[in-house]
Design a protein around this ligand. Structure first.
Ligand SMILES: [Ca+2]
Length: 674
């Protein structure tokens, strides 16, 4: 996919209009923190629960709490029980045990997983949850039980105590996911692993890897090693990633984009480039009139079909030739193979169905993008068994595709496209108005069951436009809105402004990697600020461990940011990572009471960037960044504020493992009770 004609300017310090709109939004919703009464009783999860009935009393997660999988179903639930215990171990900062046993073993504080629900409305991914002195998740399938554990995990992330009650919960759509263009930009394995955990945390299950495009072919190959890029994934790495996905109920679906977007392959095979009637060879179109092209493509599909156990294979098939009159060899090929009435476009349609036959022979269902499927331009139509990812308004409408026999997925440019250097998802529209049965351009379908669901799409048209950390932060809220919309439960709150603090409170899954170093005293601590530019630029983003998320203030002097370190801490180093909106004058201050401040660092000539302020000498429970002079016309914006007590390490003694635990889990409410 390339730029949409509707591409919007991405937000940034220069986006004055966007910033002003953000301010207006913030001002328009002054009571964003005050939930409606109806939402008070509903536990806060993303996605929201379909149904909740409040009970009496509560459940508390404590040091003796165990995960118990019903011994009758221990083989089916064993992995889910262990993943749940592992996640709780990360959350609590201590080992949470997992055992198998009968319901009669369950004690107050335990978490019990079982199957055998007769509630058919729960389907294959739903579950029932009972919160009492102990918690019980009962489902019809392992997947359903797993999603019950994600609900409990999100609730325990917010508090070790959960109000009693019972839930029935199930998804509206079977596919809820994310696509990442690793073809144009190489994303590291830890990043991909983190996205699998984050998808699962949001009860999402579909991870589409677009593995080849303009700037790369990212898979190790034995049949064609000449096309593999230097930055690529080995087959073992892919197998391990798929195994992680299986533990988290996330399916990894590959796409090797063909017959367009084949730049990397054609750089190694210039003889297969499609040449137009003027004699110009394309960098990205393979020549579908050349039998050698089919041999190479068959080699690749045959090599990789067994590597990916997912039931789907995505062919891509987007953005191939548009003016077929320029390619008479395609017309000749089509007439030779598909009859005297064939059109040049039949070379494309015939290729699609040829590839579909390879995929079906491999036991899978093929998918493709929608733009090449047009009415009346060929004598061949794509096989009806192909699932079509509908991303923009070209040719057949979603309803027409369904009438032609296809199943579809909603990949609408608006609101599911996140384009490097281009447009961003309209998350407010996505959360407040859209649903997965509204397709690009507003078209709808008669039978929603023929729509598998939706996913967010990260397209890296300009691969260096942002780092993978920034991308993780940039898609965080859109993914949460999409999780809500694909699960399809009633909204907890009607506006994105009200949803944002819920998303912040639920945060990332346990074990989410941080950018900050071990021993960061500020990580995940409570933080207060003088002002916030927009709900999406919350104070918590300055202490969340990510250099991809930031706090930003109103456009005025002075401002401040205060972190509660939880108790008096000696601090000898503070690291500030500024966005473009920096301070020229500020002070670092410490206080035991939050009222009387001891200044340990002061400057009037700072120039932003990353400031690693060493040799500080002070202690206190509260750390304040007191901001007195802006460096730009904007406010103050910090990607992250970190505080350390390097102690002996700063005296050039070899670093030792910090006694301060480094996981964000240590600051979670759960850990606080242990
Ligand atoms: Ca941050």
């Amino acid at each position: 996919m390339r730029f949409s004609p509707h591409a919007r300017v991405s937000p940034g310090p220069g986006a004055v209009l966007g910033a002003l709109l953000g301010l207006l939004l913030a001002l328009a919703v002054p009571l964003a923190q005050a939930p409606a009464h109806a939402a008070d009783a509903m536990p806060r999860t993303i996605p929201a629960l379909q149904q909740w009935t409040a009970g009496t009393g509560s459940y508390t997660f404590g040091p003796a709490s165990r995960v118990i999988t019903d011994s009758v179903h221990s083989s089916a639930l064993g992995t889910t029980g262990q993943v749940f215990a592992d996640d709780l171990t990360q959350l609590a900062g201590r080992t949470v045990s997992h055992t198998s046993g009968p319901a009669s073993d369950v004690r107050p504080g335990d978490l019990f997983l079982t199957l055998g629900s007769t509630d058919t409305a729960l389907g294959t991914e739903g579950y029932a949850l009972t919160v009492a002195p102990s918690v019980t998740v009962r489902a019809r399938t392992d997947a359903g039980a797993f999603y019950g554990t994600r609900t409990v995990l999100q609730l325990l992330k917010q508090s070790p105590t959960i109000a009693a009650g019972s839930a029935r919960d199930w998804p509206a759509k079977p596919e809820r996911g994310l696509m990442v263009d690793v073809g144009r930009k190489f994303f590291t394995l830890p990043w991909l692993q983190g996205q699998i955990r984050d998808l699962a945390y949001l009860k999402m299950n579909y991870f589409h890897l677009h593995v080849s495009d303009t700037y790369g072919f990212r898979l190790e190959s034995v049949s064609h090693p000449e096309i593999t890029s230097a930055e690529h994934y080995t087959k073992q790495q892919i197998t391990d990633l798929i195994a992680l996905g299986a533990r988290y109920h996330v399916t990894v679906v590959p796409e090797i984009d063909m017959p367009g977007h084949m730049n990397t392959t054609l750089a190694a095979h210039p003889e297969l480039r499609l040449t137009n009637s003027a004699g110009t060879a394309s960098n990205q179109y393979i020549d579908l009139s050349n039998p050698a092209a089919y041999r190479l493509i068959k080699d690749l599909i045959t090599e990789y079909l067994p590597l990916f156990p997912a039931e789907y294979w995505h062919l891509g098939a987007d953005e191939y030739v548009t003016n077929y009159a320029n390619y008479p060899q395609l017309l000749s090929y089509a007439r030779d193979h598909y009859g005297a009435d064939a059109t040049a476009k039949d070379a494309y349609y015939g290729f699609i169905n040829w590839a579909d036959s390879l995929v079906r022979a491999g036991g899978k269902t093929m998918r493709m993008w929608n733009d090449g499927i047009k009415p009346g331009d060929g004598t061949i139509t794509p096989n009806a068994d192909i699932t079509v990812d509908y991303f923009n308004v070209y040719g057949l409408t979603p309803q027409q595709l369904i009438e032609a026999g296809h199943t579809v997925q909603n990949a609408s440019w608006n609101p599911t496209y996140y384009v490097f250097g281009g447009g961003r998802p309209n998350t407010q529209y996505m959360y407040e108005t859209w649903n997965p049965d509204i397709f690009q351009g507003g078209s709808t379908i008669a039978a929603p069951s023929r729509n598998r669901g939706s996913k967010l799409h990260v397209w890296c048209d300009h691969p260096d436009a942002e780092t993978e950390e920034r991308t993780a932060a940039g898609i965080m809220t859109p993914m949460r809105a999409l999780a809500q919309r694909t699960w399809g439960s009633p909204l907890l709150v009607p506006t994105l402004a009200e949803f944002q603090p819920i998303a912040t409170a639920i945060g990332r899954p346990p074990g989410w990697p941080t950018d900050t170093a071990a021993g960061d005293l500020a990580l995940g601590r409570p933080v207060t600020v003088s002002s916030t530019e927009a709900p999406a630029l919350a104070a918590e983003s300055a202490v969340d461990g990510s250099y991809g998320s930031r706090w930003s203030s109103a456009f005025a002097d002075p401002q401040w940011l205060t972190i509660d370190l939880g108790g008096s801490q000696a601090v000898d180093r503070v690291k500030l990572t500024w966005e473009a909106a920096y301070a020229t004058a500020f002070q670092i201050q410490l206080s035991d009471d939050g009222a009387t401040w001891n200044t340990v660092y002061s400057t009037t000539s700072a120039s932003g960037g990353t400031q690693n302020l060493t040799g500080l000498n002070g202690s206190g429970r509260f750390l304040r960044v007191n901001l007195t002079q802006r460096g730009t016309v904007y406010g103050y914006s910090l990607w992250e504020v970190e505080a350390y007590h390097d102690g002996a390490a700063s005296a050039e003694v070899p670093a030792v493992t910090s006694p301060v635990a480094t996981s964000p889990a240590v600051t979670s409410p759960v850990a606080a009770t242990t």
